[in-house]
Design a binder for this molecule. Sequence first.
Ligand SMILES: C[S@@+](CC[C@H](N)C(=O)[O-])C[C@H]1O[C@@H](n2cnc3c(N)ncnc32)[C@H](O)[C@@H]1O
Length: 454
Amino acid sequence: MKRTAPVLKNETYDVDITDLTYQGMGVAKIDDFPIFIEDALPTENVTMKVIKVKKNFAFGKVIKINQKSADRVELVDKAYTQTGIAPLQHLKYDAQLEFKRHQIEEDFNKLKIDVQVDPTIGMDKPYEYRNKAQIPVRLINGKLQTGFYRKHSHDLVPIEDFYIQDPEIDKAIVVVRDILRKYRIKPYDERVNGGVIRNVMVRRGHYSHEMMIVLITRTEKLPSNKEIVTDITKALPEVKSIVQNVNPKKTNALMGKENKVLAGQSTIEDTLLGLKFEISANSFYQVNPVQTEKLYDLATKKADLTADDTVIDAYCGIGTISLSMARVAKKVYGVEIVPEAVEDAKKNAKINDIDNVEFVAGYAEDQMAKWQEDGLKPDVIVVDPPRKGLDGTLIESVVKMQPKRVVYVSCNPATLARDVKLFNEQGYQVNQPIQPVDQFPQTVHIESITVLTR
Ligand SMILES: C[S@@+](CC[C@H](N)C(=O)[O-])C[C@H]1O[C@@H](n2cnc3c(N)ncnc32)[C@H](O)[C@@H]1O
């Protein structure tokens, strides 16, 4: 029988909020029909207006909060919710940490896997933590603007203070924006794939204070590039690298394939756990350096390595986990898909005088199968995949190599739970609590470490 929604678009209703989705939206139910409401928290009663009705659910907007949650805090700025920069800014930080711990439990419960999840390790200062910004540049009312998109859209909201980013990065973006305005650089127009400057990427070493500016352009030519570079270098003495990345395609992918170094070096350096790292424009580097040190330190402890152990670090990036573990293990092998990151990893081994590591550029799925066929017998395998998690074939290769332990660093509990189920079916179990580490305060993203043993 066809179900008709019990709510009407544009009507208002008083509802109790009973849950919070993994995306941080409050959930209310009318006749069992779920309504997802931004900026609403469990235990609250709100008056909401229905803004969209779908077949099995609807979206609502808070008009008035009739009863407030004890976990609610004042919004720092509404724009951070509208843009999704800080979708949990209305939730007390302690409650954010519990929300993340609970979300992991939920994802495992859904698959009927019994695990314990320890309290999330949080930050003392859960804002101004990001060491990297990727800021769209668009024309608004005839003026070049930098900011962030309104959620589910490509409408730019001009923003100067991004709240969760290193404030020095925020300042640099304003400086670069004003220089781009000065030389009348045309912002990207995605409707017609026209204009010049698409995005500005800024990375700043937390310890080194070295800054990299990447100007992502649609066109090969960046008019006035010499003057732009001179102005940036004068205004921002921390800048050690200015790169132009060319991305000519009509695509949502941020960066194109081609990089041109406009000034300085092609990398900046930063330090993590006393190790030096060179970082290229295209390389992945964890965005929260304070928490990353806790994450890697814990991953190394949980790997429980001895000086006789061989380790594989799949998805190794610039070798951050590999080099941390190489200080304790006999040998570490790393594999990573981005060739520039692998070059960085090799350089990083050298500058840290670490010679018991080997890095390979390629698909982790293929390389793990190759190592397994070649008879490599690692004692510990670390996996730190992107959000989509592990491929079934990679899990098979891991299991065939029979490591004592698999240390799974995950940024997505849903794919983590799915993958753990596959490991369980092949004889690897989770025998100690999963440890969440909050890498992304004020957002709904969840990082965790899980150990699987035979
Ligand atoms: C979450 S990051 C982790 C990187 C590193 N462990 C760190 O903490 O800095 C995931 C990495 O996997 C790489 N990657 C994505 N898909 C891959 C694949 N199929 N094979 C190998 N590496 C891949 C990405 O380029 C990225 O560097």
